[in-house]
Structure formats: structure tokens, C-alpha cells
Write a protein that binds this ligand. Sequence first.
Ligand code: G4P
Length: 539
Amino acid sequence: MDQLPPDAAILEAAAGALPSSPAARRRTFAIISHPDAGKTTLTEKLLLFGGAIQLAGQVRAKGDRRRTRSDWMKIEQDRGISVATSVMTFEHEGLVYNLLDTPGHEDFSEDTYRTLTAVDAAVMVIDAAKGIEAQTRKLFEVCRLRDIPIITFINKMDREGRDPFELLDEIEKTLALDVCPVTWPVGMGRDFRGTYDLLNNRLLLIEGETVREVPLTSLDDPALDAAIPPERATALREEALLVEAGFPAFDLEAFRTGHLTPVYVGSALRNFGVLQLLRGLGRYAPAPGPRAAEGRTVTPEEPALTGFVFKIQANMDPNHRDRVAFLRICSGRLQKGMRLKQVRTGKQVPVNAPLFFFAQDRQVAEEAFPGDVVGIANHGILRIGDTLTEGEDLAFRGVPSFAPEILRRVRIEDAMAAKKLKRALEQLADEGVVQLFRPLDGTPWVVGVVGSLQLDVLGSRLKAEYGVPTAFDATPWNTVRWVTSDDPAALERFRREASHDSAEDHDNALVAFFASDWRRRRAEEEHPGLKFHEVREQH
Ligand code: G4P
């Protein structure tokens, strides 16, 4: 529905009035929300603005799949769709937007967390009738860990929802985040007439299938009274005064540091308010910035290529065990045919056929820039957290592993398959499907997952792709911590004393298993020289 003239400020910025390097034109973001708030619908509408229409149907397919497990498995196995929808790139008003998809089901939140390490901003979608829900909150907390700037979109204004002031209050209080309304609803539900842009004094009215823009000098402008009924105009003036008195003014710095969220309202379903949201992203969300690596900070302007792998997508074809690693570019320019260094191993990785996700006109891109994500097909060489460079020994930090709460012992019927199982589990751990622990006392593998759906996926993939049928047995543990210490002797003592309740993870880091939080706290008290970590950063 939104059909407005192009935004002059954004066009100007993209044309070079502001820095116009390829990196400066990128906006790399994710959408965070609770299921059903409207993420899929909003994604579709954003893609339509960018002309990536051919993807819209696929997004819907993905939206539908979240409901049943069998559908999920089927569609995920239909290779291609999930890879294509993992990264959606589109152009709008001279800027390039990379939208990184995060899986909707909460069992896959670990994957979501990792994806959030690769974005520069997030859009938080809230259902106007429901406010902040559990999953929104959880995802917000992850964004906060990295101070990711967040733009809020209050969706479903075309339905009866809660009072906007109440919603803003809830965002402010539950998330401890300053809110700054940018667009304000004129009416709600059946009376939803449009929005008023508080920053730019523009009234946008829904008229049938189109949008009418009414420029105003201020809210005292008589043009307002001519455009909407008098009681609506009075209500809008009163509400705008309350907004001015009750909320901070928009402050770009506060937004960019994750302390303030600009709030847009609209209806994704009716495509109203989506364009303003997109322009808000273009104007305010940061272009790719400097990124901390061990030892130094990398800036996007540096000529040499650097990037890190935040996601691995298995190609479900059992005959070709190809996997696509998603590389977020942090500096330089990636071209086909480059050879990159995998810093963890020192090996050279040829990038002969990188998948560029630039969907405009279905052209295959030949190069990618900071902020972009490219898919690199490989046979299990790359892992989550890997840094790739043109030669420099550099490691980006911050792709996290979270302490899993479901810990199961892996059992195989056929002892002869032990070697095969080891390889399979190691590969799946590289992909981040599961966390893998090798108990110090030599007993069989323990796998850890954050959600039980991951176990189903693990079991079916072990059988279908690797031909190793497995069962998962209960363990006495329900929590795990990574153990570190400045004192190697204390660590060694702990390894000996707790050998039946500890293991090494996929990177040979020491972990301790606990049967309860109480036991964990007791161990922490008994070993003051040790540190027990709930999150481990891979590098
Ligand atoms: P999700 O990806 O966040 O889980 O949400 P999704 O977009 O799938 O939307 C969830 C439901 O909310 C869908 O309805 C969708 O049509 C509806 N919806 C999304 N945005 C709006 C909006 O702005 N206004 C209204 N009124 N509804 C909205 P459904 O009945 O579950 O699915 P469908 O049969 O319509 O596809």
C-alpha cells in the first residue's frame, strides 16, 4: 500500500553526499520477535520494496513450516529454500539491505544468537495486542549483550490492540530501554486511519489501497483539520503533547549505542508503515562499523578481506556432504576465486563459487563488501566461529556457545560404527547442530542441546546422512559450565577429582556437568580458584 515519493535524504546519502563506499551503503540487520507477531509478513513486505519479489513466496513457505515438526523437516530437507531465505539482500533508494533470517522456533535460539553476532542492527516486531512476549525479551537480551541498535515496529495496528502509551511504557520498563515514538497511530483497529510522523510532521493516511501524504508545518496546521475528523485531530494533538512531555527526543547516539529505540507503528499485513520503517533503517541504522578481533580492531575500510563464519547450513543431499558456511564480511572485498586463510588451522580455503545472495534481477554478483554475507560451499573444513583472512593471523571474537540444558548419552547398537559416529558427531558439532562432549572417564559421548527439537534433528540426520542409527539415554545432569582458571594446578586437580562429571568439548575445553543448580553453586563455592562460565565464545 505504501507508495510515497523517494526519501531525498537517503538518496542524497547514497549518491555520495555522505560517505559512499560500498560498506557505507550497507545495512545488515535481523528481525527479532515472538512467533506470530508478524515477522514473516513484514519480511515479505520489505522484500517487495526491494524488488526481490521472487523470494516472497518462499518466505511464506517458511512461515508456515514453523507449526509442525514434520513440515519443518520436510522443507528444511528441500535444499535451497533454507539457504536462500537465510540471507535476503535487496536494494532500496540506493542502499543495500542484508536481512539475515533467524529461525522462528525457540529450540533453535542458539542459531539465532549466532546470527545476531553478524548483524549491525535489529528490528523488533511487537504485536500491538500482546506487547513484549517471552521470545522477544530473550532475543532483546542477546542484542543488548552486543549493544545492537534496535528499531521497534508495533505491528497489527489494523486490529484492536492495547493503548500505545501502555505499550511504550511496557517496552521502556520491561526492557529498561528509552523509547522514542517516531510515527504515531491515528486511530486503531477498525478506526485505524494512518500515522503521523512526529519527526517530520507528515500525516500519512490510508485511502483505499493507497496512501495519501499530507505535509504539515506543525500539528497546529489547519490542514490537519481538513484531513481528518475534528475529534481525531484533537486526540492526535493531545497525544503528541503527551509524547513530547513523556519521552526523550530522538538521539542518534543513544540509538546507535543500544540505549534508545525509535518506535514505528503500522500494519505489515496491509503494508502500512513498512516503508517508513525501512527508511528509518536506512537513515538511522549504522553501516558496518569497526569490529573487535583479538589484538586489534578491524575497520571496514581496510583493503584486505576479513570475515567470520556465523552459520553452517548442511546440504541435505546424502550423496554430497556439502555444507555452506555463511561468512560475514568485515573488511575488504571478496571476489570469486580468492584463496583465504582459515586462521584456526592455517589452511588455505579456496573460494571458487561463493554464493552471493544479491537477488536483484537474479544477477549473480561477482563481489561482496563489508556487511555482506556470502555462502561458501565446503566439505566440512569450515566451522562456526572461524575467521577467514587474506593471510593475517586474526580472530574475531563473539560467536557464542551457550550452556545446553539437555544432556544425553549417545548409544549405538552397532559397536563397529563407533568411528563413523565420531566423525558424524564432530561434523554436526562443527555445524552447531549439537554440542559435543567427550567425558574424561572414557564413557560414551555426551551431546548437549538447548531445545529438544534439536535432538530430533540430530537423530534423524545421524541415521539418514551418516547411516548411524542412535538412541539418546538420559544422564543425571541438567547443566554444564566451561571451567577455566589462572592456576593450571587447580584446573588439573579439578580434572582428577571430578573426572566422572566432566568432559572436554569440541575444542578440548574443559567442562563440568551438574545435576542441579544447587550442586553447581556448591562447586563454585568449593573451588574459588576456578571460573565456571555459562557462555563460551568460539574463536
Ligand atoms: P511470524 O512470522 O512472526 O510468526 O508471524 P506471521 O508473519 O506469520 O504472522 C502471524 C499471523 O499474523 C498471520 O496470520 C498474519 O497474517 C498475521 N499478521 C501479520 N501482520 C499483521 C497485521 O499487520 N495485521 C493483522 N491483522 N494481522 C497480521 P495467520 O492467520 O496465522 O496466518 P495466515 O493464514 O494469515 O497466513
